[in-house]
Design a protein around this ligand. Structure first.
Ligand SMILES: [Zn+2]
Length: 334
């Protein structure tokens, strides 16, 4: 039975006795799970960063883990490997292990507790309401399972929401590191003005309606301020801010800074813009469903977004844009 909880590739090739495997598992239970949480607003390259980090042999890029119990598992959504998450060998093994010894309706109960604990202002977390300790234990069980099954000791959760990271930071057994990803809000707003039709196979779980500029300006500000607050909560040795524009300019350099944060050596560079193959990311941007990805910046908004819209966004968000080093007028350098 222990084979089910061994890293898959090892389970296939090893003849180690069950006892030795149990020893490995017991040792893993003693150490905290290393987790890189990618926080930030949508359309900022968080999924791309997740995939690029997962290229490292010690790192599992897991996608937006918050969605697993919320809807991915029950609704039969797709993993980046092309299988439905329920049929993906990696996630199937993880979730089966996770559900072992848990009561019926486990996922539904877990989801309800998530809803009470992952908001920015979440009573379940802030007041430590009944169920909080069990929720922490079950979350840790899921993360340990991900590390065991993937055979990768460092996990990436690119759920983005700062509130979920506040919850993870308060749970014992998790060695949390935060990457706050920022993209020029005008590029985010322009990207969100274009909607996407629902296409589950292509990784778009629901119809994405175009978002008005004022809505994005407000949400972009709130989420980034909350992500900064989160970075202060975990401290400067465990957090880093990454600008989307710098990441697409120098992916290897950015990845190197992040892996150093969790104490791993950089993965030897292949080539600066080598194609990346998505692995087993659950949810996240639709780009994860491509077979191979090339990291290329998208600054079409600078040419396509009407000037008055750019100026309006700049007016609304000038302090934060300036804080992140974005020029307030086109033509100025950062
Ligand atoms: Zn998969």
């Amino acid at each position: 039975m222990t084979d089910a909880i061994l890293p898959l590739h090892k389970a296939e090739s090893t003849n180690r006795s069950g006892q030795a495997a149990k020893g490995t598992e017991a040792a893993a239970e003693q150490t905290a799970v290393r987790l890189i949480y990618v926080a930030g607003y949508g359309r900022s390259g968080t999924t791309l960063l997740d995939i690029a980090l997962g290229e490292h042999p010690a790192i599992m890029g897991a996608g937006e883990v918050t969605t697993l119990a919320r809807h991915v598992w029950d609704k039969g959504e797709y993993c980046a490997c092309g299988e439905r998450v329920r049929d993906c060998p990696e996630w199937k093994a993880i979730v089966m292990r996770w559900m072992q010894d848990e009561p019926a309706e486990f996922l539904a109960r877990y989801r309800r507790t998530q809803e009470r604990t992952e908001g920015l202002v979440a009573p379940g977390r802030l007041l430590r309401l009944p169920g909080w300790r069990d929720h922490g234990r079950r979350t840790l069980k899921l993360l340990r399972g991900m590390a065991m099954v993937s055979g990768r000791p460092v996990l990436v959760d690119s759920s983005k929401l700062p509130g979920r990271a506040f919850a993870l930071a308060a749970m014992p057994g998790i060695d949390l590191h935060v990457v706050h990803v920022v993209r020029d809000g005008r590029g985010v707003a322009w990207s969100l003005m274009k909607g996407h039709r629902r296409s589950v196979e292509k990784g778009v779980q629901r119809e994405l309606r175009p978002k008005p500029l004022l809505y994005t300006a407000l949400r972009w500000t709130m989420v980034n301020v909350a992500a900064e607050w989160l970075c202060r909560r975990v401290g400067p040795k465990r957090s880093i801010r990454v600008r989307y524009e710098d990441f697409v300019d120098d992916p290897r350099g950015t990845i190197g800074r992040i892996v150093a944060l969790v104490g791993e050596a950089p993965h030897p560079p292949v080539a600066d813009l080598a194609p990346f193959a998505p692995q087993h990311q659950v949810a996240g941007s639709r780009h994860r469903m491509q077979k191979s990805l090339i990291i290329r910046g998208d600054d079409k908004w600078k040419r396509e977004m009407p000037g008055w819209k750019q100026k309006l966004f700049t007016l609304l968000c000038a302090p934060l844009l300036r804080r992140y080093g974005y020029p307030l007028r086109q033509g100025d350098t950062a």
